[in-house]
Design a protein around this ligand. Structure first.
Ligand SMILES: [Zn+2]
Length: 158
């Protein structure tokens, strides 16, 4: 795949899902293996737990606590799909995929996957669509031309 120069205007590949119940943040899910610490600021301080009452330097009071993200490579894409958004694949997922030689589904982890017969080749690069039979996820594998061997030359003498 290609690496893009960092574009400040482009959102990063990290996606978070914040789960709220009864007006309280219950959990933060991420699509990346890195643990992200998230400070929760609740300005509704009425009737809040005094242990969670915090204050900024300027005197702003809020109820606060720290949540750490849970890596959830299946749940996060499910939630974003409800917004019709696809979730970018993260590096950890790529490494796992390559370590298993592309024989495991990135979504469900099963090895019953099937590559399409049609290779889309473009000089140095080729790609093929892969489908996971158990969970019906699909993705595109990318290949790169690395060289050649077994050269048998047909010498032409004139
Ligand atoms: Zn699968």
């Amino acid at each position: 795949m290609f690496t893009n120069a960092i574009d400040q205007k482009k959102p990063s590949d990290i996606r978070l899902v914040v789960r709220i119940e009864g007006g309280l943040v219950q959990a933060v899910y991420a699509n990346c293996p890195a643990v992200i610490r998230v400070a929760i600021m609740d300005y509704d301080i009425q009737g809040g737990d005094p242990d969670e009452m915090l204050e900024l330097d300027d005197g702003t009071r809020f109820l606060g606590h720290i949540e750490e993200t849970f890596e959830s490579p299946c749940f996060v894409p499910e939630v974003f799909a409800a917004f019709d958004e696809t979730v970018p694949v993260m590096d950890g997922q790529q490494q796992h995929y390559l370590a298993h030689k592309g024989m495991v589904c990135p979504v469900c982890g099963e090895s019953d996957t099937e590559a399409g017969r049609h290779f889309d080749a473009d000089g140095l690069n080729a790609s093929v669509t892969v489908r996971c039979n158990p969970c019906a996820s699909t993705w595109t594998d990318h290949y790169q031309l690395v060289g050649f061997d077994n050269l048998v030359g047909a010498v032409t003498n004139k």
